[in-house]
Design a protein around this ligand. Structure first.
Ligand code: ZN
Length: 74
């Protein structure tokens, strides 16, 4: 089985929900430990990569970057 690749900004849905009721996390730090930020309450956690791989249920599509080009409206 291939190791999962994570990048900063990736969004992950975990199998287990955070106490705040949220399942979705954003990758905010890479390394031996992966830093994740809860999308609902903003809390950050650090999990070993192997633990993250085990807990991920689904990789979510990235949110589109805020496109605030003021000249792009019509
Ligand atoms: Zn939370």
């Amino acid at each position: 089985m291939q190791p999962m690749q994570f990048e900063i900004g990736d969004r992950l849905r975990l199998r287990k929900k955070h106490p705040c009721g949220n399942f979705d996390w954003e990758v905010v730090r890479l390394g031996a430990d992966i830093g994740l930020r809860c999308e609902k309450c903003g809390r950050r956690i650090l999990l070993p990569r192997s633990e993250v791989e085990r807990r991920v249920k689904q990789v979510l599509p990235r949110l589109p970057q805020a496109e605030t080009d003021p000249f792009d409206e019509e």
